[in-house]
Design a protein around this ligand. Structure first.
Ligand code: ZN
Length: 134
């Protein structure tokens, strides 16, 4: 496992980590297989989406805020209950294809750490898996 340390700078944001993940894949030496990106936190997750237009990031965050409002009878007393629900919606891992020794994504796709209770220092665990040889 390659551990990335990603600092976040606001309460809620999507941080593009595609370059870090692609570098981890390259360093692994795996030619064909898959890359598991896992975020070991309960108020931050990971998603794959359009990484070029910043409006998409703010739309995703804005819509999650609309779906999971602060005003609710939350049972969890730490003040970050909405963040726990947002991560449940987004998820904590993505699995991506690796071929010809590199990460293969669609033209507009990027891997983003989803911060919902920042700013904090976050960990991302990247595991590169080699496909069985015929
Ligand atoms: Zn909590």
């Amino acid at each position: 496992v390659i551990e990335l340390e990603i600092p976040t700078s606001t309460r809620q944001e999507l941080v593009d980590i595609t370059g870090h993940v692609a570098e981890a894949v390259k360093r692994s030496g795996v030619k064909d297989g898959a890359c598991l990106v896992f975020v070991p936190h309960t108020t931050a997750g990971v998603l794959l989406n359009e990484a070029h237009d910043p409006a998409v990031k703010s739309d995703v965050i804005g819509h999650l805020e609309w779906l999971v409002p602060e005003e609710f009878t939350w049972g969890h007393g730490e003040g970050n209950a909405p963040a726990h629900v947002m991560v449940s919606l987004v998820g904590n891992s993505v699995t991506l294809p690796v071929s010809d020794g590199r990460l293969r994504l669609g033209t507009w796709q990027g891997v983003m750490l989803a911060e919902f209770d920042g700013p904090r220092q976050r960990k991302v665990w990247v595991t590169v898996l080699a496909a069985a040889q015929p």
